[in-house]
Design a protein around this ligand. Structure first.
Ligand SMILES: Nc1ncnc2c1ncn2[C@@H]1O[C@H](COP(=O)(O)OP(=O)(O)O)[C@@H](O)[C@H]1O
Ligand SMILES: O=P(O)(O)OC[C@H](O)CO
Length: 498
């Protein structure tokens, strides 16, 4: 049986999944990597650990089901977006740990640029507001803080990449001729690419003092980029690259304008396909590239990015120790009937969409002696649903549409309590497809389309099917009460950092 390999290099783990023609998983392997927190607000990853894990999960997934290399038609890559790495193309060594998208170290720089140039200038060109989230300011921070880096970058020896570029460069030979490229979806998250021309923007590079020589070539999301030379996928073409949230949009087969999905992982990201039109946002969303298949026009999306969703469950597990495994939150939250008046705003990296408040920090509001750890667990889950509601409202206003249902995926959607509460808050049905590994599937689709494994997107629509659907079932007054409590808590979280 012929298969497509997909590598999903996510924020908390790296997976390799082999898919068949029906979009079903044939084999999967996954490994978590360390989260490094050197200072409050800083988040880093060790890039050599990530590359090591990538090789291990590919090998494990192949061995588990004895997959023969001649049966692997192509490989797709999908990745945590924005996370920024600079390494030396002659030695392969990184200049610094990868600075993760959630990292807030460039907060001061954001404020300076806001005063100096203003967010609108960046938004008009890139579709993105000034925020700590994107890669451009992280690259600038590295250039200013790592000795010797600027000179190497100007020579073109020090090269930048998000994790897609880093993985592809290593797979295709590394210091022995690895290719240095990225796809349009990832490039659209650097804040260095012009959304209309799909090229690096010379004015922004000049303003941030970033040498063009260090940036990867920008390519479509689906095409044969080159051959893998490293075991255990040697000889297989790399044929698809998509940022993970765009990959989930493709995996959910949201190919028509007006179709949307919400992915509940570390963070939570809602994307609405807006077709070949880039819609500027007036209500706090991002305008971003959805995908570009080879020889086809680019498709855009509106995106509502929420930094902390499942990461809050991990925080309750790792930092407070009130649950042992992430899945234990279900029993704990179900041990009480409601949130007991408690609201948890997880503004650990400031607030992202639709607020974009760098200076916000996390708060638990409404505490009384009545509140138990069950209520805190419930408030933590509800936080994801309220944040999604904030984003959905902004999206409906920006795109002038009304969503009739929402397709969901990601690690948190196994949580039925959350899914019901989500539907109650949004007042629309929430639909979980049979396949919730949509991120890896989307990258597999991009790769498979490039090599003719699937003929066109119609082939892919047949692979999508519903597993479960939740209908709204809450009294309006009760819902309004929850919403009002959340809005008050949001106000308490703002303007915390000086
Ligand atoms: N039963 C559950 N209820 C709520 N959250 C969960 C549950 N199981 C896992 N999670 C959360 O889902 C996230 C993992 O989802 P995943 O899609 O793998 O994330 P990512 O791709 O961002 O690494 C973790 O943050 C974890 O805390
Ligand atoms: O790795 P995930 O699933 O948390 O996704 C991270 C996003 O790409 C950040 O923009």
């Amino acid at each position: 049986m012929k298969l497509i390999a997909s590598i999903d290099q996510g924020t908390t783990s790296t997976r390799c999944i082999f898919f068949d023609k029906k979009g079903q998983i044939v084999s999967v392997a996954q490994k978590e990597h360390k989260q490094i927190y050197p200072q409050p607000g800083w988040v880093e990853h060790d890039s050599s650990e990530i590359w090591q894990n990538t090789q291990e999960v590919i090998a494990q997934a192949r061995i588990k089901k004895q997959i023969k290399i001649e049966n692997v038609e192509a490989c797709g890559i999908t990745n945590q977006r924005e996370t920024t790495l600079v390494w030396n193309k002659r030695t392969g060594k990184p200049y610094y740990n990868a600075i993760v998208w959630q990292d807030t170290r460039v907060g001061k720089r954001v404020d300076e640029l806001e005063k100096e140039i203003g967010s609108a200038w960046f938004r008009d060109k890139t579709g993105l507001p000034l925020a700590t989230y994107f890669s451009g300011l992280k690259i600038q921070w590295l250039l200013e803080n790592v000795e010797g880096l600027r000179a190497d970058a100007e020579k073109g020896d020090a090269i930048f990449g998000n994790m897609d570029s880093f993985v592809v460069w290593n797979l295709t030979g590394g210091i022995h001729g690895g290719i240095h490229l990225t796809d349009v979806t990832n490039a659209s998250r650097t804040q260095l690419m012009d959304l209309k021309t799909l090229a690096w923007d010379a004015e922004i590079l000049e303003k941030l003092n970033i040498p063009l020589a260090m940036l990867p070539a920008i390519k479509p999301s689906s095409m044969v980029y080159g051959q893998i030379v490293s075991e255990p996928l040697a000889g297989v073409p790399v044929a698809g690259i998509l940022g993970d949230q765009q990959a989930a949009l493709v995996g959910q087969t949201c190919f028509k304008p007006g179709e949307a999905k919400n992915t509940y992982g570390t963070g939570c990201f809602m994307l609405l396909n807006t077709g070949t039109k880039a819609i500027p946002s007036k209500y706090g969303l991002l305008t971003t590239v959805a995908y570009q298949f080879e020889n086809q026009p680019v498709h855009y999306a509106l995106e509502g990015s929420v930094a902390i969703a499942g990461a809050l469950v991990q925080w309750l597990r790792d930092n407070l120790g009130i649950i042992k495994n992430s899945s234990d939150i279900q029993t704990l939250a179900a041990s009480v009937d409601d949130n007991g008046g408690a609201y948890f705003v997880p503004a650990f990296s400031g607030l992202y969409a639709p607020y974009w408040e760098n200076s916000a920090r996390g708060v638990i509001a409404g505490l009384t002696r009545y509140v138990t750890k069950g209520h805190i667990a419930r408030a933590a889950l509800e936080a994801t649903a309220y944040q999604t509601l904030d984003v959905l409202e902004a999206m409906e206003k920006d795109a002038e549409i009304e969503l009739s249902s929402l397709r969901v995926d990601g690690g948190m959607v196994v949580n039925e309590l959350l899914m019901q509460f989500q539907s109650d808050m949004l007042k629309v049905p929430v639909i979980r497809p049979q396949m919730i590994e949509t991120t890896a599937l989307g990258a597999a689709y991009a790769a498979g389309l490039a090599v003719g494994y699937w003929k066109n997107t119609d082939d892919l629509l047949e692979n999508w099917g519903i597993d479960k659907q939740w209908e709204p079932n809450m009294q309006e007054t009760q819902r309004d009460g929850y919403r009002a409590g959340w809005k008050k808590a949001i106000e308490r979280s703002k303007n915390w950092e000086d």
